[in-house]
Write a protein that binds this ligand. Structure first.
Ligand SMILES: Cc1cc2nc3c(=O)[nH]c(=O)nc-3n(C[C@H](O)[C@H](O)[C@H](O)COP(=O)(O)O)c2cc1C
Length: 249
């Protein structure tokens, strides 16, 4: 017997999932899908997270609604439109979808995302990474001009803390940082600790602009320390990085 579950905005308006009780199969449309082909052997988690955050992420409320409907079903196999059919530990897939769609961090850890023209902001970001790692923190570092943006965005949702480090660029942000923050906001980034590292040589604006862009995001805990660099690290800005390490670790 087939039954049908409406799943509006997961992630198109007219989506309907189908449940086949004979095989305990849920044909889940875009939910539980991942990038890649069914037989490419890619791990589901990373590519499903990147797919979810990138494409479905804005619709957490709607995903929560459909998860409630799915909870009543006995599911042995999930057949999404993208990627492989999922068998085995179905609860693990459902639990990750519950985490992602409720915007909770998946892991305790720090993601540092930076942009840098001449290398000084990179040096600050790498220094911070080294100090956090030395304290045993789980830390990821992304150069936004040289990374896959969708991966950096998905990992920012995975981690509990985010550090944004940007040069000031024509009284605004280096473009890749602007795009990155826009992508976070569009997808409902929230419930995270955020710290800022600003660099500027004559009229630093990066910190103010980054904070302003994230103003509409819910439940952001700002660190007390903002690192302010004038062109290159010096004693004062290094001391601010040390203070930030204490707050984040
Ligand atoms: C195209 C361009 C525009 C810039 N605009 C500003 C600015 O508006 N205000 C400012 O204080 N610094 C500005 N700067 C200086 C950079 O912010 C500074 O050189 C940079 O923060 C140094 O960090 P980096 O070594 O990581 O690139 C600009 C630099 C470039 C290349």
């Amino acid at each position: 017997m087939l039954s049908f579950l409406t799943a509006p905005m997961v992630h198109w308006p007219e989506v309907i999932m189908t449940y086949d009780a004979a095989d305990k199969a849920l044909f889940s449309a875009d939910a539980f899908g991942r990038f890649g082909t069914p037989d490419d052997g890619a791990p589901w988690e990373d590519e499903a997270r990147r797919y979810y955050i990138g494409i479905v992420g804005k619709y957490g409320v709607q995903v929560q609604a459909v998860l409630k409907k799915c909870a009543a079903l006995d599911i042995a196999v999930i057949c999404p439109l993208h990627g492989p059919a999922l068998t085995g530990d179905i609860d693990r897939y459902v639990s990750l979808y519950d985490t992602w769609s409720s915007y909770k961090p998946e892991e305790e850890g720090v993601l540092i995302a930076y942009t840098s023209v001449y290398g000084h902001t990179r040096e600050a970001a790498e220094t911070l990474r080294g100090m956090l790692a030395a304290k045993g923190c789980n830390v990821l570092l992304y150069d936004l001009a040289r990374s896959d943006l969708s991966e950096a965005v998905a990992q920012a949702f995975r981690m509990s803390k985010l550090v944004l480090a940007s040069t000031t660029y024509n009284a605004g942000l280096f473009p890749r940082m602007e795009t990155f923050i826009e992508a976070l906001c569009e997808r409902g980034f929230q419930k995270r600790t955020v710290a800022l590292i600003e660099n500027g040589s004559w009229a630093p604006m990066a910190g103010k602009v980054m904070k302003g862009m994230l103003e509409g995001c819910k439940d952001i805990a700002w660190t007390e320390t903002t690192v302010r660099i004038v062109s290159a690290l010096n004693e004062a800005s290094l001391a601010q990085i040390e203070a930030l390490v204490e707050e984040l670790s």
